[in-house]
Write a protein that binds this ligand. Structure first.
Ligand code: ZN
Length: 533
C-alpha cells in the first residue's frame, strides 16, 4: 500500500529552522579514499558526498543480485499476507538476502492480534424469479438457484454465518448521506456501493477515505453487508481493507468485479425492491501469532547510537505476487545495504535497513518497531521509506518539515540532474513512516509518479513483469545515497519534535483531519499513538 493523503495540499510548516552548519571535518578516514579525505555530506563537504556517490553508484548500476532477489520473492515466495506461511518464507528470503549482501541481520518479533485468510467467496443472485436462473457467466460456478457474480472478500472482513446471508440488494450509489436518505430503510439489506476507477494518487486517497462514513451509515441503519463495486476494470480482483488497525472489520464486505457489479446495479434498477442475493464469505480468522520485522545494519564509526532508517514493507496481498507493492522496494532496501557495504565506506552514524511486516493491516509492524525502540527515538535522525511502486521519484514528502529541506538538498546534490529534488511538506498516513512521523522523528517518503501503480494496485496483476528494473536501480541509488548522506553529515538533518510542535504540525498539515477520518484521532489524543503528551 501507499495510501497517499493530501487533505491540506502542500501546507508548509517552518518549525525548527536549519541547524547551523559547522565547518568541521571528521578525523575518521574513508578507508577507500586515496588521499584520506573525510566522507561527509554537508554544506562544507558536499564534495565528499559526491565522492560517496562515485563509489556507491557503480555498485548499484552494475551487475547485481537485485533482479534475481526480486524474482525469488515475487515468483517463488509469491503473495505474502502478514500472518500467513508465505510471510514466514518472505522473512527467510530477506534474512538470506541481507546475509548474502554481507551485512548483519536479525529479526524482531511482535504479536499480530489477528490472522485472516479469504475463503471461497460466493455471491449469487437469487431473485427475482425468472431472471435469477440465467446461465452462469464464463468461469463462474454453475448454480442451481441463481447465477453467480464474481466477488472477493474485503481483507480483514468478518466471515458470514455458515451458508451465507441472503437479503435484498439496495443500491446506495456513491454512499453519500443523501443517497442513504433516499434509500430509506436498509435494515437487513445488502448494500451496493459504486466506485470510480482511479488514475491519480488523489483517487486512491478516496478509495480509503470514503468507506469509513459509508460503513458507519450501514451499521447505523442495520444493513447486513456491503458490496463494493470493483474499482479496476476487466474483472480484475484486488484486495482492499477498510480496517486500518489490524482488527476485524465491523460488517461483512465484498468487492464485486466491476462489470458484474454494474450488471447487478442494472438488475436492481430494472426490478426495484425485488433483487436478492446470497453472499457467502467463509473467511478464516485466527491468531494471535508471532510476526517479525527484519532488521539489518551498518554501524556508524563515530555515532553508532544515532541511526538513519531505510525501510520498506515486505508483506503484500495475496492475489498477485506483491511486485510493485512492495516487493520492488523491499529488494531496493537490501540492495542499498549491499551497495553501501560493497563500497567499503563507513558512515558516521548507523544506517539501519528494516523490512516491516503488517503494513497492509494498518502499519502494524512499523508501529510495533516504534514501540520497541521508543527509548532510541531521540536518536533516529531520519526514517526514509519507499512504497509507491516503480514510478519516477520526484523528491521526498518531508512530513510537514520544511526544516529538513536544506540538509536534504546538500545530501542529494550529486544527483541534482535526476529531478529528484522537488520535495513536498505534506504529512500523511499511508505507509510505515506514520508512527515515526507522529513521534516527531524526521521522515522522508519517496514521492513517485503514478506510472503503472494504480491499475495493478493490490491486484492479481501486481507481478514481476510490471517492474522496470532500470528504474528500480536508479531508485536504489537514490535511496542509498539519501541514507548515506544523512548518516554521514556532520550535523543532524533535523531534530525530533516535541509533543507541542507535533500538535502544531498535525493541525497545519491537515493530518488531524486524516486521523479523524480514519479512526486514529482518539489514539493520538490519548498518546497511545504518537509522541506522548
Ligand atoms: Zn505498500
Amino acid at each position: 500500500m501507499r495510501r497517499l493523503f493530501r487533505l491540506a495540499g502542500f501546507l508548509v510548516l517552518g518549525l525548527a529552522g536549519c541547524v547551523p552548519v559547522h565547518a568541521q571535518l571528521t578525523t575518521k578516514k574513508d578507508p577507500l579514499a586515496p588521499s584520506g579525505q573525510a566522507a561527509a555530506c554537508s554544506a562544507t563537504d558536499a564534495s565528499s558526498c559526491a565522492q560517496a556517490a562515485a563509489k556507491i553508484l557503480p555498485q548499484v548500476m552494475g551487475a547485481s543480485p537485485l533482479e534475481e532477489n526480486l524474482r525469488r520473492l515475487t515468483d517463488e515466495v509469491g503473495g505474502r499476507v502478514t500472518g500467513s506461511p508465505q510471510m514466514a518464507k518472505a522473512v527467510e528470503w530477506a534474512v538470506a538476502a541481507f546475509r548474502a549482501a554481507g551485512v548483519d541481520v536479525h529479526t524482531e518479533k511482535y504479536k499480530l492480534g489477528v490472522t485472516w485468510a479469504g475463503g471461497n467467496t460466493e455471491l449469487l443472485v437469487t431473485a427475482p424469479a425468472g431472471v435469477a436462473h440465467v446461465t452462469p457467466p464464463v468461469g463462474a460456478a454453475p448454480a442451481n438457484d441463481g447465477f453467480s457474480l464474481r466477488a472477493v472478500s474485503e481483507a480483514w472482513g468478518p466471515a458470514t454465518p455458515r451458508g451465507g446471508i441472503e437479503a435484498a440488494v439496495i443500491d446506495i450509489g456513491d454512499g453519500s448521506a443523501d443517497e442513504f436518505a433516499r434509500a430509506g430503510s436498509i435494515r437487513g439489506a445488502i448494500l451496493l456501493a459504486h466506485t470510480e476507477i482511479g488514475t491519480t494518487w488523489a483517487d486512491l486517497f478516496n478509495e480509503y477515505l470514503r468507506p469509513p462514513d459509508i460503513i458507519e451509515r450501514a451499521l447505523q441503519g442495520g444493513a447486513s453487508a456491503i458490496l463494493w463495486m470493483g474499482a479496476r476494470e476487466r474483472l480484475l480482483f484486488y484486495r482492499h481493507t477498510n480496517s486500518l488497525n489490524g482488527e476485524i472489520d465491523r460488517i461483512p464486505q465484498a468487492i464485486v468485479a466491476r462489470e458484474d457489479a454494474m450488471r447487478l446495479a442494472r438488475f436492481v434498477a430494472a426490478y426495484p425492491g425485488k433483487v436478492r442475493v446470497r453472499l457467502n464469505l467463509p473467511n478464516q480468522i485466527g491468531g494471535p501469532v508471532d510476526q517479525e520485522n527484519v532488521v539489518s545494519e551498518i554501524r556508524g564509526y563515530e555515532k553508532p547510537d544515532e541511526t538513519v532508517i531505510l525501510g520498506a514493507h515486505l508483506d503484500s496481498w495475496d492475489f498477485g505476487t506483491g511486485a510493485l507493492d512492495n516487493g520492488c522496494n523491499a529488494a531496493l532496501v537490501i540492495e542499498a545495504a549491499r551497495a553501501i557495504k560493497a563500497s567499503g565506506l563507513l558512515p558516521r552514524r548507523t544506517i539501519r535497513f528494516v523490512l516491516f511486516s503488517g503494513e497492509e493491516q494498518g502499519t502494524v509492524g512499523s508501529f510495533e518497531y516504534v514501540k520497541t525502540h521508543r527509548a532510541e527515538l531521540d536518536k533516529i535522525r531520519a526514517m526514509i521509506t519507499f512504497d509507491s511502486g516503480i514510478g519516477r521519484v520526484t523528491g521526498y514528502s518531508l512530513g510537514g518539515r520544511r526544516d529538513l529541506e536544506a540538509g536534504l538538498r546538500e545530501v542529494l546534490k550529486p544527483l541534482e540532474s535526476w529531478g529528484s529534488n522537488n520535495h513536498t511538506y505534506d504529512a500523511s498516513f499511508g505507509t510505515d513512516n506514520f508512527d515515526f512521523l507522529l513521534e516527531g522523528v524526521p521522515t522522508l517518503v519517496a514521492n513517485q509518479e503514478e506510472a503503472n501503480y494504480l491499475p495493478n494496485y493490490h491486484a492479481a496483476s501486481d507481478t514481476l513483469d510490471k517492474v522496470d528494473i532500470r528504474e528500480l536501480k536508479l531508485h536504489t541509488a537514490l535511496a542509498a545515497l539519501t541514507a548515506w548522506g544523512i548518516a554521514d553529515r556532520t550535523e543532524p538533518l533535523g531534530k525530533r519534535l516535541s509533543r507541542a510542535e507535533m500538535e502544531t504540525l498535525v493541525k497545519e498539515t491537515g493530518l488531524d483531519q486524516q486521523l479523524k477520518a480514519l479512526g486514529y484521532w482518539d489514539a493520538w489524543l490519548k498518546g497511545e499513538r504518537g509522541r506522548k503528551p
